[in-house]
Design a binder for this molecule. Sequence first.
Ligand SMILES: Cc1cc2nc3c(=O)[nH]c(=O)nc-3n(C[C@H](O)[C@H](O)[C@H](O)COP(=O)(O)OP(=O)(O)OC[C@H]3O[C@@H](n4cnc5c(N)ncnc54)[C@H](O)[C@@H]3O)c2cc1C
Length: 380
Amino acid sequence: MFEARCDQVVHIVGAGPAGLAGALTVAHAGRQAVIHEQRSDVGGRFHGDLQAVENWTTNADALDELAAMGIKPNLGVRAFHEVTFFDPTGREYPSRSSDPLFYLVRRGPGSGTLDTALKQQALSAGVEIPFREPCARLPEGGIVAGGPRAAVAIAIGFTFETDRADAAFGVLSESLAPKGYAYLLICGGRGTVATCLFDDFHREKMYLERTVEFFQRRAGLAMREPVRFGGAGNVMLPKTARQGGILFAGEAAGFQDALWGFGIRIGMLSGHLAARALLARCPESYDRAWRKRLGGVLKTSLVNRYAFARMGDRGYAKLVRSIGRMRDTRRWLFRHYSPSVAKVLLYPLARCRVRSRRGPPGCGVATCDCTWCRLGHTAS
Ligand SMILES: Cc1cc2nc3c(=O)[nH]c(=O)nc-3n(C[C@H](O)[C@H](O)[C@H](O)COP(=O)(O)OP(=O)(O)OC[C@H]3O[C@@H](n4cnc5c(N)ncnc54)[C@H](O)[C@@H]3O)c2cc1C
């Protein structure tokens, strides 16, 4: 069935942001897109948690870029200009940007989420999304956007209801999030508190307890009806995101900010670029296209991750202090995500050192139920 229709139809695996953005591009060009989704709805990896669409890796605004890809702005986003950072001692550094630093979205199935908004845009554009349809093999001319196939980090936390005013907080501390960060996001009466670990996964419960206690003490966190969540993310800069006429997009290709795990915007962009290459009947142009638009940011983020993982608490304290001193956090981050001579020179080393873990991480306990072990060491 696939082969007979593949000239007209673009088949896509996975109805995440990457697959949905790719399908919208195909549909807007007047071609039929079919997304095969193994779960019963979009956003099945997520649990209503708040996530941030970063707005600092380009001068151009993220929403303008999405609009240029044909994605309408009704994504339930809320612009944030301010974040309060804490250093490992709990010292507070407010930071501000004149333009939005990020756009907050809710993830998961159900109303009001980014995933549902994208699904509705796709269905209105004529995209077919057969749910509960796992797809193991695609015909030539398809896009694989099935999410992470390996993992380098986990995030665990709680979503909850709250009366607290909208706010965003981040903390860098080895005792809360080894080689990662912890965060508290509140928007419209809902909140997400989480720790994002790049190391020591099996002690996640301890890090999460410490994170909750930290934000209760320092940011007035009070949760109503907390629901626990957890997930993993992949980071890998592939030599190619193509196998013959099959193109890989989003986290399935390893496309994600390696420093802090921001993958939504990069995922949607890569889905769009993959679709454009297929529409042009030139799948081989995809590698050139993603390298041109995403290669610089992905490489720099790998170098940033390599350096960050070596900083420890003293380095984090300096980093947070320097963010706090900046008049505009977005500009500061833009500079640090832009390629420089030093980062280009460090890249080969960083590339060897920052690797997704595919094998058992060594919890060493057969009955361990930490997020890493539950995800079967490969993430989903
Ligand atoms: C807890 C957590 C917090 C995060 N926070 C942020 C954040 O604040 N900002 C940010 O930018 N990023 C964040 N990320 C990362 C971001 O969510 C992902 O990078 C993004 O969702 C990747 O999109 P994707 O389309 O590549 O994959 P996914 O969103 O994983 O979608 C893939 C889809 O493919 C389906 N699928 C998989 N295999 C098959 C198959 N064989 N057949 C059919 N369907 C299949 C899956 O069911 C899924 O629906 C976070 C990730 C986690 C886990």
